[in-house]
Design a protein around this ligand. Structure first.
Ligand code: ADP
Ligand code: MG
Length: 245
């Protein structure tokens, strides 16, 4: 069974038909790149999966459970994590504290534990940092980090509640190309190790064709084609519509 199944998703904003009947599936441990020009509807799809936007029609199934239109917090609890185009960390807190916050936000005892949070789950936080290669920088404030390292911290924070599905909308925006490849290689390794499915958007074709297991091409709210990177690279419709050649 697919971990994620998306069936006929639709969303209009006034007269703009942003997403017009999008369907795809994603297995555990698999990386699917959703690509397409600006305005194609990629972020709208992500927001419908994460619960930020309610679809007009269609269904989202997570491990067979219908999560369509549930609130973001509920979808998150069911195992859908997210990173954002602009990394969401607390700049004045240390790397370790950011991880502790992420772990705390998953703790049902909630914020009244905040005063004691100084020692909250330090070994767990360090273990997550080790997974993204940031354990040596645990005590540095996030404000001092290189942008690529902030992205790693954000990734570790997303892993704090062990998502089954990770949504990454333009995870490498603002990064240099070597850094992009390194980040998505790391994501790919983590996806395999954790049997975590990853849906991501990305503009660098090197990253898309090098790291994704499958590629789905969205143009004007509709999926033009989906398949292996090799098949998509050779698909004439994809070349004409998107790859410009
Ligand atoms: P992408 O992420 O692929 O660049 P988006 O999903 O952001 O595309 O946008 C798809 C279309 O929907 C665009 O035409 C955009 O202008 C429109 N759109 C997106 N969000 C809104 C909104 N909140 N209100 C009105 N129009 C929107
Ligand atoms: Mg977008």
């Amino acid at each position: 069974m697919s971990l994620l199944r998306v069936e006929g998703l639709r969303k209009s904003f006034g007269g703009v038909q942003a997403v017009q009947g999008v369907s795809f599936a994603l297995a555990a441990g698999e990386l699917l790149a959703l690509i397409g020009p600006n305005g194609a509807g990629k972020s709208t799809c992500f927001n419908m999966l994460g619960g930020q936007i309610r679809p007009d029609a269609g269904r989202v199934l997570l491990a067979g459970q219908d999560i369509t239109g549930l609130p973001p917090r509920v979808i998150w609890r069911l195992g859908v994590g997210r990173t954002f185009q602009i990394a969401q960390t607390c700049a004045s807190f240390t790397v370790l504290q950011n991880l502790q916050l992420a772990l705390l936000s998953h703790d049902r005892r909630g914020w009244r534990w905040w005063r004691r949070a100084g020692q909250h789950r330090v070994p767990d936080a360090l273990a997550l940092l080790e997974q993204v290669g940031m354990q040596d920088q645990a005590d540095r404030p996030c404000s001092e980090l290189a942008y690529g390292d902030v992205k790693r911290v954000e990734l570790a924070m997303a892993l704090a509640h062990a998502p089954r599905l990770l949504l990454m909308d333009e995870p490498t925006a603002g990064m240099a190309s070597a850094e992009r490849l390194a980040l998505m290689r790391l994501v790919r390794r983590l996806a395999r190790e954790r049997a975590m499915a990853v849906l991501f958007t990305e503009h660098s074709m090197d990253v898309v064709f090098g790291q994704a297991d499958r590629v789905a091409v969205l143009v004007r709210g509709q999926l033009l084609a989906q398949g292996t990177p090799e098949a998509m690279r050779q698909d004439e419709r994809v070349q004409a519509a998107y790859l410009g050649g």
